[in-house]
Design a protein. Structure first.
Length: 162
């Protein structure tokens, strides 16, 4: 194994560092980038940011705008259909461009189906960023007698409340 003269290697490395002007390590570049922003309140790079600007930036960064628009539709349902209809119905879910609305009774679901075109127009006016092409009005859920993973076909319970 040949002898390595560490003084020669160290001298070469020192001369390399002395002649490498303009070459910066990744850490040094990061430190300089962070130094451009001032540390005092009114230094350059410390401009005021309003709460709405920072929230818009945050929502855009995490792609939350579509979810917020959907949540605002669910919260403002009475603005779309009116207070009386809002008491009898509520949006259950939004699947793609189809809005599913659960109604208090089948009669309300039938009446709301007749008003589907007006509801779609109002949705476009109140929530222009939300794309809804179809509204499905459904009645209340009937109770299910099938409990558990295994059930047999048949007519179900008959004289259970005797």
């Amino acid at each position: 194994m040949p002898n390595i003269f560490f003084e020669v290697a160290d001298g070469f490395f020192q001369s390399f560092l002395a002649n490498s002007h303009g070459m910066k390590s990744k850490d040094q570049k990061l430190r300089e980038k962070n130094q451009t922003r001032g540390t005092q309140p009114f230094d350059p790079g410390r401009d005021l940011v309003t709460a709405s600007q920072s929230l818009e930036h945050l929502f855009g960064e995490f792609n939350w705008t579509a979810d917020l628009e959907k949540a605002s539709l669910f919260a403002d349902w009475d603005l779309v259909v009116g207070p009386e209809s809002a008491n009898a119905s509520f949006p259950e879910e939004l699947k793609g461009t189809q809005l599913i609305v659960r109604c208090k009774s089948t009669a309300w679901a039938t009446q709301m189906r007749l008003l589907e075109t007006q509801v779609l127009k109002k949705l476009a006016d109140v929530h222009p960023k939300l794309v809804v092409d179809e509204v499905m009005f459904i009645g209340p859920n009937a109770p299910s007698w099938k409990k558990g993973p295994r059930s047999v076909p048949g007519r179900g319970p008959r004289d259970t409340y005797g």
